[in-house]
Design a protein around this ligand. Sequence first.
Ligand code: HEC
Length: 118
Amino acid sequence: MNARTKRMKIAILTGAGLLLGGFGWITTPLSVSATAVDAAGDYKAKCAICHGMDGSGNTTNGKKLNTKDLRRDEAQKMTDAQLLQIILKGKNKMPAYEALLGKDKCAALVPYVRTLKK
Ligand code: HEC
């Protein structure tokens, strides 16, 4: 192997490594789900109590905790990674769901939240 092909090989390997390192934690839980994930059912059971079935936050709990409207631009403009992070780890009065639902179910709630967009 000459120096040039060696350099290229290293560059390709580094690129693949960065991709896997960066996106692995998001793509892995989506691809390894063994059990069926029911995002609509999970949303109804866990999230609607504050956010409302329509995502408006127009519920008794929602108003008390200053739950923001999931349908608004500010929420919908967040990246999938940002939305997932809030669902996994919580934010202010938003509870964390990683331990309760697991990563797969949390990840499935991201596209569900997108369906609420006005
Ligand atoms: C106990 C009430 C409560 C429950 C239950 C709840 N949330 Fe939240 N959620 C909040 C509050 C309050 C915020 C606003 C956090 C902030 O920015 O201060 C929030 C923010 C969010 C955001 C960030 C977007 C935004 O509008 O700022 C997402 C996404 C979200 N919640 C999704 C969910 C999902 C999915 C579930 C169910 C797994 C859920 N929430 C359950 C209270 C709740």
